[in-house]
Design a protein around this ligand. Structure first.
Ligand SMILES: *Cc1c(COP(=O)(O)O)cnc(C)c1O
Length: 220
């Protein structure tokens, strides 16, 4: 049995240690508990331990799990961290507080229409395909500045940028490159770092780490 409460405590401790090593305060780093494939009874354990920020990567799965929990916990914040199809924009706008995966102009337009209809405008991050991997979502690093500008002009508050570095090799140079994109665009949030590399990400400036398996155990 995965001990979610103990894992959560351990991840929080590791975040605090990595922040301290980097001369940063632990509160500067938000733990996004990635709850894809995790069933509600196990989410409840994390909620009971005070976890309030969660990341899901599928709109439909999130719709099945979160509305009732959100009603019970008004301070809960849900972040979409998976690729978003334009035909799901309406559902995403209704459910998520932050959409981290804005990666193309067509999606910005669809989100704007959906947000106007819903009368609700989530905040967004622009996802950058920092390793230029063909199989990965995200804007090309050379296109990021322009997409950030377009997203802002369309009326969204862009909080920051997000990336998933290549699985192989040292993620640090990729984290630094993402930090550079944030800096030159005046963006405060850097969503980077997962179970395998969140301490490195914190040393390189992450403000949001997205941690799943280190909390909830390995996914099937
Ligand atoms: C699944 C996922 C994570 C969490 O991965 P772990 O290795 O389980 O921590 C983080 N970010 C994104 C975008 C994911 O899809």
């Amino acid at each position: 049995m995965t001990d979610i409460a103990a894992n959560l405590a351990e991840v929080r401790r590791r975040i605090a240690d990595a922040a301290a090593q980097a001369g940063r305060r632990a509160e500067e780093v938000v733990l996004v508990a990635v709850s894809k494939t995790v069933e509600v009874s196990r989410l409840e354990i994390a909620l009971k331990e005070g976890q309030r920020v969660f990341g899901e990567n599928r709109v439909q799965e999130a719709e099945a799990k979160w509305p009732a929990l959100k009603a019970r916990h008004p301070d809960l914040r849900l972040r979409l961290i998976g690729p978003l199809q334009t035909n799901k924009a309406k559902d995403a706008v209704r459910l998520f507080d932050v959409i981290e995966t804005v990666d193309r102009e067509r999606l910005v337009a669809a989100l704007a229409r959906a947000a106007d209809q819903a009368g609700r405008r989530p905040r967004v991050l622009v996802q950058v395909n920092i390793g230029r991997e063909p199989q990965k979502a995200g804007a090309d690093p050379d296109h990021a500045d322009r997409l950030i500008e377009t997203t802002r002009r369309t009326g969204f508050v862009v909080d920051g940028v997000m990336c998933i570095p290549p699985a192989e090799g040292d993620p640090a140079p990729h984290f630094d490159r993402l930090a550079g994109i944030a800096r030159r665009n005046g963006l405060a949030q850097l969503s980077m770092g997962m179970s395998g590399d969140f301490e490195t990400a914190i040393r390189h400036g992450a403000t949001h780490v997205r941690v799943g398996s280190a909390i909830f155990g390995a996914r099937a």
